[in-house]
Design a binder for this molecule. Structure first.
Ligand SMILES: [Zn+2]
Length: 237
């Protein structure tokens, strides 16, 4: 666990917060228990239900809530403020932002990469993400053209965008759009997304035939999907 994650959990315990809240829903048919992203349990009271019944329901399902909480606690979390010492995902590894300059021209290092920043103090995130986007715009199309040639696919255009909900997309006209955050993932995951979009030029769906084509060109697609599921939250996806 990295330093800022540790801090996060300490802050959580100190702050006084209810373990469970009750929400009445006119549409709910049954009592329901869910876990909010901040670790608070939510007991839903159906239309004609009572808070007392909802509390009893929550107590009966306490085991489920505890399991859901520990699952949530194990999930890697993203730091919202990036300062020197923060670990961020870079090229597939949690990498520490360290100072790399003489102070006249402030720069920070992430593994072997060096980035100019306006100052070493304050939130480095906007500047670094802008650098990542620029890197993405250079690296991702190049890699896509390379893999398109390798698989014999006819790509018309590659765009790199700031997408919050997807890693890539593909149009019937042959345009592939990629999320710049793919420069933060391992190379094998980046390549999987590119292969995935390329194979959509053959099969514009997620049928068995489509997945068979993906498996042909990218036999590690399963591990890549798993990585994305586990680590997507580090990238805000
Ligand atoms: Zn797809």
């Amino acid at each position: 666990m990295s330093a800022e994650q540790h801090e996060f959990f300490e802050t959580r315990t100190v702050a006084a917060k209810p373990d469970l809240v009750f929400v009445r829903s006119l549409r709910a048919q049954n009592y329901r228990l869910t876990l909010r992203k901040d670790g608070v349990g939510v007991a839903t009271i159906p239309n004609r239900g009572s808070e007392r019944e909802a509390r009893r329901f929550a107590e009966e399902h306490q085991d489920w809530l505890e399991r859901a909480r520990s699952r949530q606690a194990r999930k890697p979390r993203v730091a919202t403020l990036w300062t020197l010492g923060t670990h961020v995902l870079w090229r597939g590894e949690m990498t520490e932002i360290r100072p790399a300059s003489d102070g006249v021209r402030p720069t920070v290092g992430l593994a072997a990469d060096v980035f100019r920043v306006p100052a070493l103090q304050g939130d480095l995130r906007p500047t670094l993400e802008a650098h990542f986007l620029r890197r993405g715009k250079i690296e991702l199309p190049g890699r896509t053209w390379q893999l398109a040639a390798e698989t014999g696919m006819n790509v018309k255009q590659v765009t790199v965008r700031n997408q919050r909900s997807r890693w890539g997309s593909c149009s019937a006209g042959g345009t592939i759009s990629l999320n710049w955050r793919l420069v933060q993932t391992p190379d094998s995951v980046r390549d999987y997304i590119i292969y995935h979009e390329l194979m959509h030029l053959r099969e514009m769906n997620h049928s068995d035939r489509f997945w068979a084509r993906v498996a042909e060109v990218c036999p590690w697609w399963n591990e890549a999907e798993l990585w994305l599921k586990r680590n997507g939250s580090l990238l805000g996806l």
